[in-house]
Design a protein around this ligand. Sequence first.
Ligand code: SF4
Ligand code: ZN
Ligand code: ZN
Length: 307
Amino acid sequence: MSNPTCSYCPAAAIYTREYEGVSFCSKCFRHVLEEKVRKTIVKHRMLDYDDHVAVALSGGKDSLTLLHLLAKLETHYPKSKIAAISVDEGIKGYRDEALEFARKTCEKLGVEQLVVSYKELFGTTIDELVEKHLGQTPCSYCGVFRRKAINRAAVMLGATKIATAHNLDDEVQTVLLNMLHGDSWRVMRSSPVLRDTRGKFLPRIKPLCEIPEKEIVLYAYLNGFDFQSIACPHGNEALRNDIRSFLNQMEQKHPGTKFTLQKTAEKLRELVQITVPLSQLNDCAKCGDPTPHQLCEACIMLEAIAA
Ligand code: SF4
Ligand code: ZN
Ligand code: ZN
């Protein structure tokens, strides 16, 4: 059987989007994906014409794709600026390689890059925490520390927004994960744009939130991006892995499942119209970041580690 033809031009197709029943040649696929990201940015009013965007750049396919796409978009907005933030969690044999991909890409695109490490910010590394056999998984610490590290670095850069490379798969996995953890607050809070009206945290945007992971892999591959493909040695979130497999199976049997789930979560958020109960937030007694408790999550963790 011969390959199908591109739905947009006479060229041979290289990819079919099952959930839309549309096929693409390489050129049209790249164009349509870029357009989709642009429309997501407009739809959620993610960017202003003069934003200084700090892109969280790990060196993986998602963040490298995001940096390329935003750098391309930025050329149309002379008053905007892009910079990259890379976080060194201190994971030997893994992060070093990713940081190298990130550095080379920034150099190629002429983008300023700031590298911050857990060691310098929090006095420890993920490898050291693993050796201590603490009660929580390395990813629990890593997630909390990363949010804080990126926010601090973005402030150092004078950024007005932080862009992260969460894709459609990440987003719907997180929705289900939070539901299975019974964390309804997080289900409602996680959205394409996160704003803190007190201005303590910079707004966070997720321009790739409507792009399935496999399309990002294809886009990165077609553009010849060099990205890290080995997985973190500590990344073993059992529940997330199960959810990932379940969603992939569902998507294969029922194309469009992931988008339906994402749209349902979006509608629920609109219905609830959650507003952050700002009056209940305090300044962390140690670092000053907003928290519903006396200390923020990161400072609580750091105290427990030091004990
Ligand atoms: Fe950190 Fe876990 Fe990701 Fe590894 S897999 S980088 S420990 S969050
Ligand atoms: Zn085409
Ligand atoms: Zn704190």
